[in-house]
Ligand binder design. Structure first.
Ligand code: G1P
Length: 291
């Protein structure tokens, strides 16, 4: 069973400046909650019980957000503001724990994942990159399907989606015989980090959701610096794939890249319109603005 998920949150968010100058980009609000809450909820909905934040000294507000705030809770209780009280106490369900470890140097995503080695121990685990929000319509979300498939065939699962050819150099790209149907997995022949346009093995890009075995940590320890002079998770997966089957899982949901300003605005629109209380009014307001 996959019960642990690593969320690397140590990145400085340069793509999101100036907003991310003094607040973590993960704490930027999408409608009425920080972006990272959606990612934690996605993990919890897939059965994850321990969230491991790989973090940085400037990002304490993320840990504070997922902690209890006794003073605030007492104030809301005394004022009988029970709805608000519920909204802050229900952020993390009781059966889920949030732990954190520091990434002392910005040496890349692979290095960030490796920082959680001792917490993960001998268990397989999930990785969720918090820049990307994944919106699923099915009750069983994409990550849950990947975990189910991992348990069935005992092969790592890498979530992918098709991107336009001119964008392949921004992502990890998988090499597969053919593109699987949405919601299905296929064994991959290779994976490469940010290939130059024209050299990519496909247009299926790595979305930022992975289900990996514990032994990837050993491979990460041996992974030399790669693209961008960083230790890349993609390169360790490429090594793993030489010794055992690794599958690309084609997602069904929709992605929103909240690490980019336009992707973020799109997320605000989508999540705003779908919000159970605010959605209808928000939609009417957009129409009224007559943009
Ligand atoms: C990381 C991964 C890349 C993946 C991307 C998804 O890159 O290294 O393989 O496609 O996330 O967002 P980054 O965006 O951190 O450069």
């Amino acid at each position: 069973m996959i019960k642990k998920a690593i969320l690397p949150v140590a990145g400085l968010g340069t793509r999101f400046l100036p907003a991310s100058k003094s607040i973590p980009k993960e704490m930027v609000t999408v409608v009425d909650r920080p972006a990272i809450e959606y990612v934690v909820k996605e993990a919890v909905a897939a059965g994850i019980e321990q969230i491991i934040l790989v973090t940085h000294s400037s990002k304490a507000s993320i840990e504070n957000y997922f902690d209890r705030n006794f003073e605030l809770e007492t104030t809301l209780e005394n004022k009988k503001k029970y709805d608000l009280l519920k909204s802050i106490t229900e952020i993390v369900p009781d059966h889920v724990s949030i732990v954190s470890v520091r990434q002392p140097q910005p040496l890349g995503l692979g290095h960030a994942v490796l920082c959680a080695k001792d917490i993960v121990g001998n268990e397989a685990f999930a990785v969720l990159l918090p820049d990307v929000l994944v919106k699923d319509t099915d009750l069983k979300n994409d990550l849950a399907q990947m975990i189910e498939r991992f348990n069935e065939v005992n092969a790592s699962q890498i979530m992918v989606e098709a991107v336009p050819d001119h964008m392949v150099d921004q992502y990890g790209i998988v090499d597969v015989e053919h593109s699987p149907e949405e919601g299905k997995s296929i064994v991959m022949q290779g994976i490469v980090e940010k290939p130059a346009a024209g050299t990519a093995p496909s247009n299926l890009s790595v979305v930022g959701r992975y289900v990996l075995p514990a032994q990837i940590m050993k491979l990460l320890q041996e992974t030399p610096k790669g693209a961008g002079n960083e230790i890349q998770l993609t390169d360790a997966i490429a090594m793993l794939q030489k010794t055992e089957a690794v599958e690309a899982y084609r997602m069904k949901g929709q992605t929103f890249d909240c690490g980019s300003k336009l992707g973020y605005l799109k997320a605000v629109l989508r999540y705003g319109v779908d919000h159970p209380q605010l959605g209808d009014d928000f939609k009417a307001m957009i129409q009224e603005l007559n943009l």
